[in-house]
Design a protein around this ligand. Structure first.
Ligand SMILES: NC(=O)c1ccc[n+]([C@@H]2O[C@H](COP(=O)([O-])OP(=O)(O)OC[C@H]3O[C@@H](n4cnc5c(N)ncnc54)[C@H](O)[C@@H]3O)[C@@H](O)[C@H]2O)c1
Ligand SMILES: [Zn+2]
Length: 361
């Protein structure tokens, strides 16, 4: 069964479909792609797995396909790769009547979305996220973009797709460490605003780790619903959307200190959420027992909970660089119980230092 979650953003509203075997569902594609020409943007890892299958579906509904295969990796989420997309589109005489299809994880989704936002001042696009992280996070909400040498995701646009098709069957080929990394963002929704989802995750984490499809579908649906609610109330991140950054200020510091690519984003976020919980517990905002429950769910997801060797000074410098900083005060998303998060600079500095100095959680 396919479930539909609607993102209500006025004229930019769109559905997210969650289910199995959706790549062969021509009706679904036909409903959201009115143009005859379709550029399928994917990468070298995903194309041998799924390009043929999706191409057949498009041919069956009489679409003309332009496949665009990008190199794989965060290192290629840059202007050169973006330019490859423009090159292929122009070589194939694409005009405004083209639809772009992003078939891949967050890297392909972000770069394709940005290409769609900018090619001919904006063309239609749909997202087919193929990693757990992209199904529950990056494909939802309209943030698109590329990295700049001087910073991650520094160039981009808010640009919403026509629909998102989250096909759980595609996760069968996803490496284990990427499944865990995606779970960090899933757990995040429970922590910031959905206590009953957190409890459900505690009960079902072992089945999820075994990739039980019913459980995975429910995890993706609950995550997307939570993200949809937040995006609907703050599409352009002026306030409430910031709570989605739970664990991210700590996590980004870990990613930067160790060099991008050493830790997967979700792995760094898992540690970051443990650190945020530790600080919240010291502040008396989270009970000891709640802190333990958070840690134990993250451990059960096969995510690390201890940060690499980073000095307190380096940690602080890197956290200050994070874009959440206002007037030198590091704003942090912290817990007030499980299921409630706040963005605050109103915590005890010394307690933050205790957290940063702790080697083992
Ligand atoms: N736009 C947003 O709101 C948002 C939110 C969170 C993250 N992001 C971005 O998302 C990116 C990370 O996304 P990601 O974690 O999906 O990484 P990714 O896109 O690099 O994919 C991870 C790896 O898995 C491979 N892969 C993807 N799907 C597969 C499948 N079904 N089977 C086998 N292998 C598969 C990819 O080729 C890649 O090697 C980052 O660039 C981050 O900035 C964006
Ligand atoms: Zn994240």
């Amino acid at each position: 069964m396919t479930e539909t979650i609607n993102i209500n953003l006025g004229k930019r509203s769109y559905p997210i479909y969650v289910g199995e075997h959706l790549l062969t569902n021509g009706d679904l594609f036909e409903k959201h792609i009115s143009n005859k020409k379709v550029a399928i943007v994917t990468n070298e890892t995903i194309s041998p797995l799924y390009l043929q299958k999706i191409s057949k579906t498009f041919k069956d509904i009489n679409k003309e396909i332009i496949p665009i295969i990008l190199p794989d990796g965060e290192a290629f989420k840059n202007f050169e790769t973006l330019n490859l997309i423009y090159d292929e589109l122009l070589k194939n005489r694409a005009n405004r009547q083209i639809s772009l299809v992003a078939l891949g994880g967050g890297v392909v989704g972000d770069i394709t979305g940005f290409a769609a936002a900018t090619f001919m001042r904006g063309v239609d696009f749909i997202q087919i996220p193929t990693t757990l992280l992209s199904q529950v996070d990056s494909s939802v909400g309209g943030k698109t973009g590329i990295n700049h040498q001087l910073g991650k995701n520094m160039i981009g646009a808010f640009y919403q797709p026509k629909c998102v098709i989250a096909d759980i069957s595609l996760l069968a080929t996803l490496p284990d460490n990427h499944l865990s990394a995606g779970l960090a963002e899933v757990i995040k929704y429970g922590l910031i605003r959905d206590f009953s989802f957190f409890e459900w995750l505690e009960k079902n984490i072992n089945g999820i780790m075994k990739r039980d499809s019913k459980l995975l579908i429910n995890a993706v649906i609950c995550s997307c619903k939570n993200k949809a609610d937040i995006v609907e109330s703050d599409e352009f991140e002026s306030n409430i959307r910031a709570i989605l950054n739970l664990g991210h200020t700590f996590g980004h510091a870990i990613e930067t200190a160790t060099g991008y690519g050493k830790w997967l984003h979700g792995e760094a976020i898992g540690i970051g959420m443990v650190m945020a919980a530790h600080l919240s517990e010291q502040m008396g905002w989270l009970k000891k027992e709640e802190y333990q429950r958070i840690k134990s769910l993250i451990v059960s997801s096969n995510l690390p909970i201890n940060p690499p060797e980073i000095s307190k000074k380096d940690f602080l410098d890197l956290m200050q660089l994070d874009k959440k900083t206002k007037d030198d005060q590091i704003n942090l998303v912290l817990q007030q119980g499980i299921g409630k998060a706040i963005l605050t600079s109103d915590y005890d500095e010394e307690k933050l230092h205790n957290t940063l100095l702790k080697k083992s959680f």
